[in-house]
Design a protein around this ligand. Sequence first.
Ligand SMILES: [Zn+2]
Length: 268
Amino acid sequence: MFEIINSPWTKTIMRPLLNKDLGAGYKSPSQKIRVLTEEWVGEEVFCPSCGACINRYEHNRPVADFYCPICKEEYERKSKRKSFGSKIVDGAFETAIERLKGNLNPNLFLLAYNPQNYEVLNFCVIPKYFFVPQTVEKRKPLTKTARRAGWVGCNFVLDSIPQTARIFYIKDKVQLPYKGILEHWKKTLFLKEEPRLGERGWIIDIMNCIDKLGMKEFSLADVYVFEKELYIKHPHNLHIRDKIRQQLQILRDSGYLEFLGRGRYRRT
Ligand SMILES: [Zn+2]
């Protein structure tokens, strides 16, 4: 275990480059990038929940890479070349689902870097409660010839996570202010209050529909357009329109939407 430091965050500028010298002793590119990103996150990133410094867990801990000594939030970090893409590989499918069911999954730090100069292009955190079973995709079992034949892994489907869930620290190489990051995190906390995965999944589905509309203001009828799509996802639900209205109400009560009257809504 690393030393516990409860110091407040004092940095104002995040270092734009990963320290590539740290990877000199590693042959495997994936191992090298692990070392580089681990150091960078440990040095440059504060806890988005409370603003304190985060600490590294000892190596090979199965679930998370970092934790906050103050608010106890846990973080896993994943990195990609160039951009986040639409999916990101995670571990065993069953384990991922079990963790979601027990609310034991960590928050996710995502880092995209330029493989030429190791500049951090984008860095964000996705709060853990945005992960529900429909954001986890089962992969094909490993073939008979594989060392772990039959093992089933999974992907996190980033496309099925609403835009608002990406809380950026660095967006297209531009660093965002400390206070704004903490405020953005707070705005997403309402989801945490819904412990039932199925219900939370519904809220996330409707947030995705609103993202797809791409409008600041929209009507109930606009969201009803997704009725069929939602029915395919939830074939046991015969009252999709009721469910849509219920989620819009939750989003309004949480401050995510403003109700303008006559079935019209505005994103706040
Ligand atoms: Zn914290």
